[in-house]
Write a protein that binds this ligand. Sequence first.
Ligand SMILES: O=C(O)CCC(=O)C(=O)O
Ligand SMILES: [Fe+2]
Length: 352
Amino acid sequence: MATATTSLTMQQHGTLPPFPETLSHAPIAEISSRKLLAKDLETTAAVWKACQTYGFFYLDMTDSDQGCKLVADAEQLYGLSKETFALPFQEKDKYDFRRRKSFFGYKPSGSVKKTDTSQRPDTTEFFNVGKDCLFDVAPSNPYPDIIQNARPLLRDFCKGAHEMAMEILRTLARAADEDEEIFVNLNRFEESSGDHIRLTLKRPSDEKKSEIGLPSHTDFGSVTILFNWLGGLQIESRTPGRIGEWEYVKPVPGKAIINLGDAMVSFSNGALKSAKHRVVESPGAQAGIERVSVVYFVRPTHHSLMKPVGKFDSGGSRVKVGGKFSDGIDEKVYTAKEWLEERFVQLSHSKE
Ligand SMILES: O=C(O)CCC(=O)C(=O)O
Ligand SMILES: [Fe+2]
């Protein structure tokens, strides 16, 4: 089925040094996109288990047409990222989203809240490109011409990634024996939300300075679809004897890395997990090389309520979710927009 596109997926990986063969990495589940789309029962159970344990899984994109298209688009966005971040700082700085009080735009390196105990500054810059801006659901923020000119590619990736994420949400709903659309209805593509594509570039750390790619954090949307080409992403181990220790996630050609964000913890009242992760220097021969990631974040529709749904809403106590920003967060029911804005206040010196 997908052979032409599959060989394309190997292109970028082929030009980069490999992840060290002997380095241990997290044994996260490998899910087939073909089986996910076919609603395969074993796959449904495996996705549910992955989202309750590691909170991360690989999605093999090479065995479905939809998956291959996403990989091909991500490969092109790799090139777009390189071009965009090669712009002079003064040009990128015009789009700094902190000044615009928006989520969409440029984040320079060194501006994320230092969450690790050693308080290391981050070495990652990114551009967040909003789904609403790409599809004219909301007035578009200004972006550099390089990004504006790539709107057709960005739109394709955005739509394809959102659809794949909705299949993941349907799968989780079926696994929970709920209405298949229960989570999808909270994340509708046509409605205004904080969904965005993130083009990311991590420069190599300066050996003389103590730096980190991205400090430890949880994503705060619903589903994250991540394409990266070099190691450096780490998650907390679930291996007996190593529980909680940082473990690498090895990038695998043709496989996206999927994780859930805090919104799904809220909707499922803690049944599903948003796992902590961080980015450190790429290991072995990969160290010292600029590291690109292309990410799609699904965020709940702005008017969705941040509270448990369906059978997860037992009327009893509610799980605390990323409630670092305000006292009483667990009593007040926020809309997704309010919740995002609260977390954005942290963002001026924080991550995500
Ligand atoms: O670059 C990566 O591998 C992970 C990026 C990430 O966690 C994020 O942007 O939230
Ligand atoms: Fe993240």
